[in-house]
Design a protein around this ligand. Structure first.
Ligand code: TXA
Ligand code: MG
Length: 328
């Protein structure tokens, strides 16, 4: 029996299967089976009112899960699926409450990973799948990360190698009057506006974001205190921490000091795509070292960096409290 055939059999039996997507690994269950979906919440330790994204094999399945599908959904699906974009649409009445957290909308996405697409087409239905991490922790971008997070809480982990995108999908809400980005990702608001033929309203002009677990401030968090600083301030803070006897790691773009002695220094580069791809594995590696502090260089305030910046801010807010003040 192939791994895919085993995965399909387990999913049909109401079990959990972790699978790769291009963004992060997902913890999948049959979205039409409320008992199976309940197992996701138990395995993650996730509050039951947080809605899940349903993954489908292609856009022709949209109307099984959503109603009143606007033209914008068809346009965005054609432009970006399979790909790292989730659409929030009005929910079909047949969708179990467990999937949507009781909301009248549903998140849908066609992931761009060959194993995920094969799994979805052989399974035939929709797979509810959040990121395959314990609630509030860093999302997994390799099969080994999933094993570290969930252990035997999951029946099978399909290994599709490291994720090519590396941070979670962009979420666009199409259930209201105007399209809105609820969670930035590697598909930018500008690209979405371009595909729709009209720029999106700026975020500040938008009403408060509805309930999205990714919008909780503390999320994607390492246990080690993490501070986000511009390069000069980061150098200063790393020296001060070192002088105070602390163990520090730095995650920079491309900067490197004259003297990095005593500091664990990692460079993720100046290009947002490769930075995003490497980010979660780097945070996970540094977090496992049990350091006093992780200092992260603030990326540029540019459209292409929005998704990365969002995850870094959440990581900083959700991380442990620094035992030293890095900037006093
Ligand atoms: O890239 C991704 O989106 C990954 C992969 C596995 O597909 N999935 C992912 O799922 O990040 P999760 O559960 O970790 O985050 C899904 C986000 C949450 O913030 C959730 O609140 C939001 O999507 N969401 C789901 N359904 C929603 C809805 N109906 N309205 C608003 N937000 C929704
Ligand atoms: Mg998540």
């Amino acid at each position: 029996m192939t791994d895919i055939a085993r995965a399909v059999a387990l999913l049909r039996a109401g079990e959990l299967v972790a699978f790769p997507t291009e963004t992060v690994y997902g913890l999948g269950a049959n979205a039409a089976n409320p008992a199976a979906v309940a197992k996701i919440f138990a395995a993650k330790g996730r509050p039951a009112d947080h809605p899940l994204i349903v993954h489908v094999a292609d856009a022709t399945q949209l109307d099984r899960w959503a109603i009143d599908i606007p033209a914008a959904a068809t346009q965005l699906a054609a432009a970006f699926w399979p790909g790292p974009l989730t659409l929030i649409l009005k929910r079909h009445p047949g969708v179990p409450n467990a999937v949507t957290g009781g909301q009248d909308t549903i998140g849908l996405r066609v992931p761009n990973h060959p194993l995920a697409l094969q799994l979805l087409s052989e399974f035939g239905g929709g797979l509810a799948a959040p990121s395959a991490n314990r609630f509030g922790r860093i999302s997994p971008t390799t099969a080994a990360h999933v094993g570290d997070e969930l252990g035997d809480r999951v029946s099978l982990i399909l290994d599709g190698g490291p994720c090519a995108v590396g941070i979670e999908s962009t979420i666009v809400d199409l259930s209201g009057d105007a399209p809105r980005v609820l969670r930035p990702g590697m598909i930018s608001a500008a690209q979405i506006g371009e595909a729709l033929g009209a720029p999106l309203k700026s975020e500040s002009a938008q009403a408060p974001v509805p309930r999205v677990s990714g919008s909780l401030e503390a999320h994607y968090a390492p246990r080690t205190p993490l501070c986000l600083l511009p390069f000069a301030a980061l150098l200063e803070a790393s020296r001060r921490a070192l002088d105070g006897g602390s163990c520090v790691a730095v995650l920079s773009l491309s900067g490197f000091p004259h003297d990095a002695r005593g500091i664990i220094w990692r460079q993720l580069g100046n290009e947002p795509q490769s930075y995003a791809r490497a980010l979660y594995a780097a945070l996970r590696e540094l977090d496992a070292l049990g350091l006093d502090l992780i200092l992260v260089e603030l990326p540029p305030d540019e459209e292409d960096w929005r998704g990365v910046l969002d995850r870094l801010r959440r990581a900083a807010i959700g991380s442990g409290r620094p035992s030293i003040a890095p900037l006093t």
